[in-house]
Design a protein around this ligand. Sequence first.
Ligand code: PGA
Length: 257
Amino acid sequence: MSRTPIISGNWKMNLNHFEAIQTVQKLHYSLPKEVHDSVDVSVHPPFTDIRSVQTVIEADDLDIILGAQHCHWEPTGAFTGEISPAFLAKLDVKLVICGHSERRDLFGETDEMVNRKVKAIFQHGMTPIMCCGESLAEREAGETEAKVLGQVAAGLEGLQAEQVASMVIAYEPIWAIGTGKTATADDAQAVCQAIRVAVAASFGADTAGAVRIQYGGSVKAGTTEELMAQPDVDGALVGGASLDPEEFSRIVQFAAG
Ligand code: PGA
């Protein structure tokens, strides 16, 4: 089954709304038309930028998918500072990252919370990019698969096969995020393959053949080609390198092949 590659820029808490507008415009115009046709490209700005980025994407008809970095599971209520998935959907957000390791480690998100968010994102007509990944200590202890597959099973619990087929899973080894260290292409492939095998066991071969799996962790233009050549790596979740539209554009172009 052929899967359209998907490259997502996770801007984290970087770029104010003026900078975000410029970045998304530069990114769009630096990509040749045929690349836009063959790769899905999303940006995930900070919440304060989303309305501005939505407006420019719609006004200039940019071929960039609008994303968010996380959300709450409830649509409204007494959750000071939280972000409603219903409000994101109103802003035409299509893809929402959930369970990023920074959310898990710094803000205490549990597997159960991630599962509730995944369901809420679907309920509001959007698509989750659900993150998973092991720490360095877990990798060194030989626990990578157990950790990652545990997170995947918990995050997908109770979903329909069609939902899983339509979503994105991002494998991001924590030790590779923002550190300049990347998993080797072979290591990334091994874990992405293990995720696909686990999805097949729970949701069937068709679902496993359709779900898109990204690798994330210090992805740069120079490492993209080898990663994308792996049969189970369908894209990348890019942090630091997505802040520079030229570097990000080169990553997207490598993903287009
Ligand atoms: P990085 O971040 O590319 O800066 O390592 C990736 C991520 O956290 O999604």
